[in-house]
Design a binder for this molecule. Structure first.
Ligand code: PA5
Length: 449
């Protein structure tokens, strides 16, 4: 299997009988998910997506990606949250976190519209000068402020650069099939567009055109990603713990949570796992953090962060458990050479590869952290490939859903995200928020009270 769950480092923290005790809750969560009887069941389109996806849409994505590759030096993905994190994670995992700096015949890919930074936008405009550029604006609602602002600026940039008609050929839209401002604009202007299925929420949308178009532009094989997800979908059907690692992972998280482990740190020992850890955080935080419940998802790249937050993990409050992503077959590798007179005192490493040293760092860390009271779950990834990526994405998506139902919350909504937007709109004077504006401005003057 491309993803394997290893639980041996949980031994001091979870006893065997605890799995038996939690089994009925796992089974209930798994069952209501499959019967579509749980809260948020209108958003379960992702569950059988790998066996149901629209083959013509995939063909259209591949053709569009080819067209973008042929015509552009720079491809800009405009979106926020679930509308960009999956694509970024996949490209970093499959290609590199240094993708834009590698020698390649695919366009550089930049992500914008995921903040409200004038500096970030200005820098990217500068980077685009004298380059051939295409953009993909992605928004399910079609009305997200961050995305809309960046789209407006880059649409105008393309129109100025190429003229209105030619710019149209460089603007690609991914949004709801029927509703939202972006759909309306796309249909009116005649942009090439892709549909986000109604029943798939943003953070579950990486295997739809939301993620697949940018991933295809990077040159990755998107059918292989879907194949990996399909096999995961088949493998995680059993409603038990021993033959379904998705359920087992959800069970472990829940047992640890009840023991006061309030933070899950997703750890990778390779920088190109950084994007995956960011995608994971959004998936679990927006899905589980509700009704004053949930495990806070955090992330780290080791050994980098062992020199920053490592002290806290080892010795600080005992509220953390780690889930470590380990890659079995990783290439290329580098062998450390013997040096004359052992001048750098590294001859004890001579003949060893950097990956081997990294593995020993992992082994040393896992033992130290478990000694320090930090449970470690290990997820062994077979390799870096499209197939493994698809399998892993589906694994986390389904585990998150089962886990959310075990917590007794709706894993598919995000009511908490609206609070800041309401205040921001009011403070910006958006029509309809006049009363709130007055009240908020008063509060700002009175030190927030
Ligand atoms: O997961 C989610 O639903 C959110 O993170 C959304 O993806 C994010 O808010 C962007 O929304 P939209 O795609 O509507 O612009």
């Amino acid at each position: 299997m491309p993803v394997k769950l290893e639980t041996k480092y949980l031994y001091p923290f979870i006893k065997d009988e605890e799995y038996d005790q939690i089994l009925p809750q796992v089974k209930t969560a798994h069952k209501i998910l499959h019967l579509k009887k749980g809260p948020g069941s209108d958003y379960l389109g992702w569950l059988n997506l790998p066996s149901n996806y629209d083959k013509e849409e995939i063909e259209k994505i591949n053709q569009t990606a080819q067209k973008i590759q042929d015509s552009s030096d720079i491809f800009i993905v405009i979106g926020i949250g679930g509308s960009y994190l999956g694509a970024k994670a996949a490209i970093e995992f499959l290609k590199s976190h240094n993708y834009n700096f590698l020698r390649k015949d695919t366009p550089k890919i930049f992500f914008i519209g995921n903040n409200i930074s004038a500096t970030a936008i200005s820098e990217l405009l500068e980077i685009c000068t004298e380059k051939e550029v295409a953009i993909n604006v992605i928004s399910k609602s079609g009305e997200t402020t961050e995305t809309s602002i960046a789209f407006k600026i880059f649409r105008e940039f393309l129109e100025n650069k190429y003229g209105k008609e030619k710019a149209k050929e460089r603007i690609f839209v991914t949004t709801d099939k029927e509703s939202g401002l972006l759909r309306k604009m796309s249909d009116e202007k005649g942009y090439t567009s892709f549909n986000i299925p109604r029943d798939i929420g943003g953070r579950y949308s990486v295997l739809t055109p939301v993620g697949l178009l940018p991933i295809a532009v990077s040159g990755a094989n998107i059918e292989e990603i879907l194949n990996g997800a399909l096999v995961a979908n088949e493998n995680f059907q059993k409603n038990n713990i021993e033959n379904n690692i998705c359920n087992k992972y959800a069970a472990i998280r829940n047992i640890l949570y009840r023991k006061g482990k309030q933070i899950e740190l997703l750890v990778g020992y390779e920088p190109h796992l950084y994007g995956i850890t960011e995608w994971f955080k959004q998936l679990f935080a927006e899905s589980e953090g509700k009704d004053s419940k949930g495990i806070f998802p955090a992330s780290s790249i080791f050994s980098t962060d062992l020199h920053s937050i490592g002290q806290f993990i080892q010795d600080g409050s005992k509220i953390i458990f780690e889930t470590v992503l380990q890659i079995k077959n990783n290439s290329p590798d580098i062998t450390i050479k013997q040096s004359k007179n052992d001048e750098d005192k590294l001859n004890f490493l001579a003949g060893k590869t950097v990956s081997y040293i990294n593995k020993k760092a992992f082994e040393g860390t896992v033992l130290a952290h478990t000694d320090g009271g930090v449970p470690n779950i290990i997820l062994n990834l077979e390799n870096i490939s499209e197939y493994t990526l698809g399998y892993m994405i589906y694994f986390f998506e389904k585990a998150c859903a089962v886990s959310g139902y075990m917590l007794g919350i709706n894993p598919f909504n995000q009511p908490g995200v609206e609070a800041y937007k309401k205040n921001m709109f009011a403070l910006l004077g958006k029509h309809g928020y006049e009363k709130e504006k007055e009240e908020l401005e008063k509060r700002l003057k009175n030190s927030g009270r």
